[in-house]
Design a protein around this ligand. Structure first.
Ligand SMILES: Cc1cc2nc3c(=O)[nH]c(=O)nc-3n(C[C@H](O)[C@H](O)[C@H](O)COP(=O)(O)OP(=O)(O)OC[C@H]3O[C@@H](n4cnc5c(N)ncnc54)[C@H](O)[C@@H]3O)c2cc1C
Length: 275
């Protein structure tokens, strides 16, 4: 599974917004499907025959053993090609790759997911994991920002999550649209509403790098220790296996030691010119 893509069939295609779609996949070989497993935060390399291969986070629940799910935004050549596929088409899948969110290690703590844009994709599997084990964690808070209110996907899913015991959801859009009930402005303006104990919490951040750096600075001011903050970083990845060096951040390979990093490990490298 590391070097050789395995054939997977698209069993369902969901158009989330004009430019974002979700593919539900199943490996053609039932044995590969049965043996495949991943942890929330990891990604697969998805191969479109004759076009190319890209890293995409896994958004399904790790407990769903008969399929896996990816949500993709069209930005360029390969994602454009994937957007034309339909149920019944076949793609190649390698994975799962990379580090995972520290979920088992942070039981009995307040958990805050802070995401921007489609940055929510790498934390969706983690949110599903935590909410399925709701009693293992203290407060759970999800803060999600989008550029335009119309970009918010999974609205029904946020509604369902909010109905669970002691789950706070705060949504923000830089630009609102008719009927938008969330905050208008950057999601960083919502952080003060989150209910957490700085000495007993775990933050999981994902999204544009400047947003994550701003959140880390705010958390520093609130007394949250660096080692309670985890970030998922997006880099240009080609091999997924620390061989090609395209995703290096200083001495670290984002595809292998990341994409989920502890802030204390990564803070000296992120946001630095040239890295
Ligand atoms: C670990 C990881 C998980 C990811 N998960 C998802 C996901 O769940 N859903 C999703 O839609 N996308 C995700 N991405 C981003 C996705 O891999 C890129 O959008 C994709 O590779 C673009 O390929 P393309 O050929 O369509 O675009 P290209 O033609 O290669 O590029 C189009 C534009 O996007 C920029 N770009 C390409 N790749 C990246 C990148 N990795 N980081 C920043 N800018 C980039 C290029 O510089 C260019 O401006 C993830 C990336 C990583 C590293």
């Amino acid at each position: 599974m590391i070097h050789l893509p395995q054939a997977a069939i698209i069993t369902e295609r969901i158009q989330e917004t004009k430019t974002i779609f979700t593919l539900k996949l199943r490996f053609e070989d039932p044995q590969i499907q049965a043996e495949y497993h991943f942890q929330p935060g990891q990604f697969n390399m998805l191969y479109l025959h004759g076009v190319g291969e890209i890293p995409i986070s896994i958004v399904s629940d790790p407990k769903d053993s008969d399929f896996l799910q990816h949500t993709i935004r069209v930005v360029g050549r390969v994602t454009q090609g994937f957007s034309r596929l339909q149920a019944g088409d076949s793609i190649g899948v390698r994975g799962a790759f990379g580090s995972a969110w520290p979920l088992a290690e942070n039981k009995r703590k307040d958990i805050i997911f802070f995401t921007g844009g489609l940055g929510c994709a790498p934390v969706v599997a983690a949110i599903k994991y935590v909410l399925k084990r709701r009693n293992d964690y203290d407060n759970v808070c999800i803060i999600q920002g989008v550029k335009h209110a119309d970009d918010l996907i999974w609205r029904q899913q946020y509604q369902t999550w909010q109905e669970q015991h002691n789950v706070q959801i705060y949504l923000a859009a830089d630009v609102s649209s008719p009927g938008w009930k969330g905050h208008v402005g950057p999601p960083t303006e919502l952080l003060h509403q989150a209910d957490f104990d700085p000495d007993n919490c775990c933050f999981m951040l994902c999204g544009p790098q400047p947003m994550m750096i701003a959140v880390c600075q705010q958390l520093h001011g609130k007394g949250v220790p660096d080692n309670a903050i985890w970030l998922s970083l997006e880099r240009n990845m080609q091999c997924g296996n620390a061989q090609c060096g395209h995703c290096q951040i200083g001495p670290l390979f984002a595809c292998k030691q990341g994409p989920v990093f502890n802030y204390s490990t990564i803070k000296q490298f992120i946001g630095k010119p040239g890295l």
